[in-house]
Write a protein that binds this ligand. Structure first.
Ligand code: ZN
Length: 255
């Protein structure tokens, strides 16, 4: 049932993107919704609903999410960026998978419609700092002010408070950890990253690195950057590789 629901969500997101898939959908069932398509695209395997609580996940710094071996969670940081985020949305829609986007406040303020497009495509949206600073080198009052600015633009643009936060550079501070805990906001670290912010990373390089690191971790929370054009360009190859190697995508949601 979950798989069917996710493909229906995919159809909705494709329609928003105005893709060929959606254009061929009516009046017959859309390609992403039929059984044949379900075996040819990656698809979202299941949805993991998490409570709004002061938890912290990601084995680089915290404990693991309750995932099975071979399950992965796709996460994208530093958007929304008009030059690359739409391409990421298109690649995700083409494979009928949902991800979590940790957005920057400044970027969301500059591109609010794109931020809403990410949400309306069925993805989960969360916070990643207003100015993406190095919090460890900032006074506590400025750290808290950045969180407040992030929350203000998030709620103004997306209509409800965010349930989760990822520290820029994964650089956690006691002051912000305490404030996030007080507000019952979940901290999301990662299980593996691809260093997709390095210059001149080809799709083949990123895909090979993804598979190598997944072999080490057995799955988990994958850190990607939708603000990187090279990541957006590589995403179709990476998603196809996940499918070929039997990984299953889990969609995170907070109630
Ligand atoms: Zn970042």
């Amino acid at each position: 049932m979950e798989r069917v629901a996710s493909f229906k969500a995919c159809v909705a997101s494709l329609a928003l993107l105005g893709s060929a898939c959606a254009a061929s959908a009516a009046p017959a069932p859309a390609p992403c919704a039929d059984i044949k398509a379900a075996t040819t695209v990656l698809g979202t395997s299941r949805t993991l609903s998490l409570p709004r609580e002061a938890a912290a996940y990601g084995r680089v710094q915290h404990g693991p999410l309750p995932l099975q071996p071979g399950e992965v969670v796709l996460t994208f940081d530093d958007g929304p960026q008009p030059g690359s985020t739409p391409q990421v949305l298109q690649a995700l829609a083409a494979q009928c998978v949902q991800a979590t986007f940790f957005m920057n406040g400044e970027s969301l303020r500059a591109a609010p419609a794109l931020g809403r497009q990410v949400r309306d495509a069925g993805h989960t949206v969360a916070m990643h700092g207003y100015r993406h600073p190095h919090f460890a080198s900032m006074p506590e009052a400025e750290q808290l002010a950045d969180l407040s600015a992030m929350q203000a633009v998030f709620e103004h643009t997306l209509g409800r408070p965010a349930a989760a936060w990822r520290f820029p550079f994964l650089e956690e501070t006691p002051a912000l950890r305490a404030e996030l805990k007080a507000q019952k906001i979940t901290v999301m670290s990662v299980d593996l990253g691809l260093d997709d912010w390095l210059p001149d990373q080809s799709p083949a390089m990123l895909t090979e690195r993804l598979l190598a690191r997944l072999k080490d971790t057995g799955g988990g929370i994958i850190l990607l950057h939708d603000a990187q054009v090279q990541t957006a360009t590589a995403l179709p190859m990476m998603l196809k590789a996940l499918q070929t190697h039997g990984y299953r995508v889990v969609h995170l949601r907070w109630d």
